[in-house]
Design a protein around this ligand. Sequence first.
Ligand code: GLN
Length: 279
Amino acid sequence: MTLAELLQQAQAQGLTRLDAQRLLLHSLGRDSGERAWLLSHDSDAAAADTQTRFTSLCARALAHEPMGYLLGQQAFFGLDLAVDARVLVPRPDTETLVEWALAVWPECEAPKVLDLGTGSGAIALALAQQHPEAEVHASDQSKDALAVAQANGLRLGLGVHWHQGFWWRAVRGLRFDLVLSNPPYIAEGDVHLPRLRHEPKSALTAGPDGLDDIRHIIASAPAHLNAGAHLLFEHGFDQAGAVAELLAVAGFSAIAHRQDLAGHVRCTGGLWPGDTKRG
Ligand code: GLN
């Protein structure tokens, strides 16, 4: 079969043209971004082993295994991150959270910034790249995830302080000028979970309403925030009101939201006014 015929076959099975092209390039041992090469070689005959590799990758994609796992990498905020089943695949929507952080970036000279629940390291590494002067920290409870994040940092030459532990326990005694988190926020029993079955459950679900981790993070945040620090979350499409309420009750001010690429209110955050201002 020619490369063009293999692509046609994959599309007939339900893959998008783009995904089929990227998987075919990967099966050929080429970079998945080399689509121009593919266009100029589409009448080449595919070797038997290429065909076998491609057919198997297509089957996995059709079973909803994320493209990031199949290709072994995922682009995030201009960085190529290595990803595998130890971490949640970074979503383009999470770039919204990074953009928000850059817009409210602390004014101090070398701000201490934290990515709570870093997974592949996506948020922390994006921030470290944008602000080399910052002291970027990142935590995860999963040692496996941290190994992925750490390797990404090394490969990209970006310095981040990695901490292992449950939320704030990972950074005991430290205070920050900006904290971001894309924690698990899907309700246990949510209808979308079967589609996400290839990714770590611990990175996805958080109790019956999906808010267990966000509640915990907000409740223990004040001891780890300097006055004027922002705490910004990504959350579920229908959780903005609940997260705003949790922040307000905990004493945060300037509570605001950001929309994701699909127009859902996907991020909510607030500013910590400092311990002294609380009555
Ligand atoms: N946004 C992801 C999804 O719904 C979930 C990420 C998360 O739980 N933090 O696919």
